[in-house]
Design a binder for this molecule. Sequence first.
Ligand SMILES: C[S@@+](CC[C@H](N)C(=O)[O-])C[C@H]1O[C@@H](n2cnc3c(N)ncnc32)[C@H](O)[C@@H]1O
Length: 253
Amino acid sequence: MSSTRNKLNKKSKLPFNVNRKSILGILSLAYQEFIDSFLTKTKFKKPKEIEVLELVRKNAIKNSPESILKIIDNYAYKKTFLMNIGDQKGEILEEAIRDSQASNILELGVYLGYSTIRILNNLNDVSKLTSIEANEEFARIAKEHIKICGLSKNHLLKVGKSSEIIPKLKEQYDFVFIDHWKDIYLKDLKLLEEFGLLKKGAWVFADNVVLFNLEDYLDYVRTSPNYESKFIPTLREYSKSHPDGVEISRYRL
Ligand SMILES: C[S@@+](CC[C@H](N)C(=O)[O-])C[C@H]1O[C@@H](n2cnc3c(N)ncnc32)[C@H](O)[C@@H]1O
């Protein structure tokens, strides 16, 4: 049995000091966002997402997902925060994708395509990923990043709000990665259940459950008889001190 599968069998538990530490993590993000948006509005710099795309266009090695991920990580560590899953949690996500042997994956929240690239890079020829992103500009950037990586083949990107797209989905998924706005994780998970889109045994991987203190979501997956759920503590993306964590839940129905 793989290490991720072993971790799933343990009982879920959040660290007791999650709230206080989470606030520091969020304040630090808010500060970085404030400075960046001030500099962008006063025309001292381009939007950070455009800066990343230009760096990728200029420096990435074609068909090398690793080179694009490195450029994006370097930018987020050295210049300003980017809301990608980041390198540490990104590796946990990749391990979970491999362990699950999922063939039909759904991603909620794409941003610049960072997690999308990590997922696609672990798929075999017959597996596929559908991603949903509400912001048209982010979707356009992500598409270009994914194309430069040479990973567009098994990928479908749907642009629009998850609440509008989920009810129109026709297939069942055996892995769902949830990483869009934090207040709709639970609503969208219930929507996926309601429309019968989760295969029996499906993995549901939720990011940022500590940083944003997602108690309603965690209560649900930990107490519902339909899920077996495991918390993995981590650091927040691109931080060396602020705690975060991911919750991996298996759908039993
Ligand atoms: C945290 S970012 C995603 C990061 C990405 N998963 C990664 O790790 O590289 C959240 C993204 O979700 C998108 N989003 C927010 N609410 C959404 C919704 N209801 N439907 C689809 N996308 C949404 C935002 O536009 C944003 O790009």
